[in-house]
Design a protein around this ligand. Structure first.
Ligand SMILES: Cc1cc2nc3c(=O)[nH]c(=O)nc-3n(C[C@H](O)[C@H](O)[C@H](O)COP(=O)(O)OP(=O)(O)OC[C@H]3O[C@@H](n4cnc5c(N)ncnc54)[C@H](O)[C@@H]3O)c2cc1C
Length: 163
C-alpha cells in the first residue's frame, strides 16, 4: 500500500484520505466529476474531471466477513443515482462458510475436513448446498483430519486466521 501511495503521488495524484465520495456530478451529457466530504474536517470536496473511474469495491459490508467493512456498495449507488443500469448483479451473490469463532470465509481448508453433526455422526453429503441446508438449523463441526502433516503445517502458515 505504501509503495502504491508513493508511486501515484510521484505521478502527481492527489490522495484524499478519509474522504468518501458521496455523489457523481452528472447531467444529460455525462459524468464530469464527484463530490464528497472530508470526515476529519467536515468540509466538502469537489473534483471536476473529464472522466471518472468508480473503484469503490463490492457490496458486503453487513456480512461481517473479514475485510468487508469497506465494501459499502457506494459506487453502485452513485452510479445508479447518476442514471446507470446495473447488470449481472445476480451473479455476485456468493456465500462462504465461516467458523463460529472467526469472520474468515475462506473455505479451501475444508477440502481436508470431515464434517460432523452435533451428535458426532458424520455428514456424508459434503457439497455446499447440502451443508448450507443443515447450517440453517444446526451447527456443523469440522475436523481437518484428512490433511497430511505437511499440509497441516502449510495450512497454519497460509491461513493463520482460520485457526
Ligand atoms: C478476506 C479477503 C481475502 C481476499 N483474498 C484474495 C486473494 O488472496 N487473492 C485475490 O486475488 N483476491 C482476494 N480477495 C479479493 C480482492 O481483495 C478484491 O477482489 C479486490 O480487493 C477488489 O479490488 P477493488 O479495487 O475493486 O476494490 P477494493 O480493494 O475493495 O477497494 C475499494 C476501495 O474503495 C473505498 N471506498 C468505498 N466507498 C468509497 C467512497 N464512497 N468513496 C471513496 N472510497 C470508497 C474502500 O474504502 C476501498 O479502499 C480477497 C478479499 C477478501 C475480503
Amino acid at each position: 500500500m505504501r509503495l502504491m501511495r508513493r508511486t501515484i503521488q510521484k505521478a502527481g495524484v492527489k490522495i484524499f484520505d478519509r474522504s468518501p465520495a458521496l455523489e457523481l456530478l452528472a447531467d444529460f451529457s455525462g459524468v464530469g466529476g464527484a463530490i464528497g466530504v472530508n470526515l476529519d474536517t467536515g468540509e466538502d470536496w469537489i473534483v471536476k474531471a473529464k472522466s471518472v473511474v468508480i473503484a469503490t469495491g463490492g457490496c458486503a459490508f453487513l456480512s461481517n466477513a473479514l475485510g468487508c467493512n469497506v465494501l459499502t456498495g457506494d459506487g453502485y449507488l452513485m452510479a445508479v443515482e447518476a442514471g446507470a443500469d446495473l447488470s449481472g448483479m445476480e451473479f455476485s451473490n456468493a456465500y462462504g462458510f465461516s467458523t463460529d469463532f472467526s469472520s474468515c470465509t475462506k473455505n479451501l481448508l475444508y477440502h481436508w475436513a470431515t464434517f460432523y453433526n452435533e451428535d458426532g455422526s458424520i455428514i456424508e453429503k459434503r457439497d455446499k448446498r447440502s451443508l448450507s441446508k443443515i447450517l440453517q438449523v444446526n451447527p456443523i463441526y469440522a475436523k481437518l483430519d484428512k490433511a497430511t502433516e505437511d499440509i497441516k503445517v502449510a495450512m497454519r502458515y497460509a491461513q493463520p486466521n482460520f485457526f
